[in-house]
Design a protein around this ligand. Structure first.
Ligand SMILES: [Ca+2]
Ligand SMILES: [Ca+2]
Ligand SMILES: [Ca+2]
Length: 249
């Protein structure tokens, strides 16, 4: 019986350590900018967009925009309904992203005809053809020497931008209302995400290693909470049993 309690307490402590390690690993996931959508994106924010019948080339019809971040970068993923079409000279599609990085509509500028909101502090332009060109501008459309990386393959384009160039730091990193606009450079209507308002995107917490998103799914949050609670329960049980055995003998 004494051995049973000892084994039970040790098992509880080992389970606790393993579960904490598991949570740590899950939160440390990072994105590789290679044009392939990895499962780490599942923990990020998502804004889906309809397959507009009027946009006849599905290669310039956005299906969704995703985002997440770590301590260094913001990451974005653009997915189209067919393999994304970045064009050939001289007809080159492009994406504009307008970001109200301080979520204050009285600072920054507007981009009439491209993004529906007000107070944008950063504009990001991705231009075809591949290899893609990325440019980051401030609210006056003056270029910022940002650190960027971009890759496209099939229907997926991945982009990273350094947090500092976006004006994000540990004290300024909340909601950043953002709109995305893809111009296929055809006679079709252009594709806005969202159509009439910004995405209430958040950059999360750049000082943490966790993936952050506006639409973090309840599943992830609840799952993580349950794992932590089980780990804590295991720890309390293990320590409790050890303490009781010590007192008993
Ligand atoms: Ca990737
Ligand atoms: Ca669309
Ligand atoms: Ca602003």
């Amino acid at each position: 019986m004494r051995h049973f309690y000892k084994i039970l307490s040790l098992a509880s402590i080992i389970v606790m350590i393993l579960l904490i390690a598991l949570v740590g690993t899950a939160l440390a996931i990072t994105i590789t900018v290679d044009g392939t959508r990895e499962s780490a994106w599942d923990g990020g924010g998502t804004q889906s967009d309809p397959n507009e019948a009027s946009v006849t080339n599905d290669g310039v019809d956005l299906l969704r925009v995703q985002w997440t971040n770590n301590t260094s970068n913001m990451y974005f993923l653009f997915e189209t309904y067919a393999n994304i079409y970045w064009g050939q000279f001289p007809v080159l599609p492009y994406i504009w992203m307008c970001m109200n990085t301080d979520n204050n509509t009285s600072t920054g500028s507007s981009f009439t005809g491209v993004c529906p909101g007000l107070g944008y502090d950063r504009y990001i332009l991705i231009q075809g053809p591949a290899p893609l060109l990325v440019s980051v501008y401030d609210s006056n459309f003056t270029i910022i020497p940002a650190t960027t990386s971009v890759a496209t393959s099939g229907a997926i384009t991945e982009l990273s931008l350094d947090n500092a160039s976006l004006g994000f730091n540990s004290s300024n990193c909340g909601v950043a209302s953002t709109s995305v606009y893809m111009d296929g450079r055809t006679g079709d209507p252009d594709d806005n995400v969202r159509d009439t308002s910004d995405i209430p995107l958040t950059c999360g917490t750049p000082t943490a290693i966790s993936l952050a998103s506006f639409n973090t799914t309840a599943h992830n949050s609840v799952g993580t909470t349950i794992v932590i609670l089980i780990a804590l329960l295991g720890a309390v049980t293990g320590v409790g049993i050890l303490w009781r055995r010590r007192r008993a003998f």
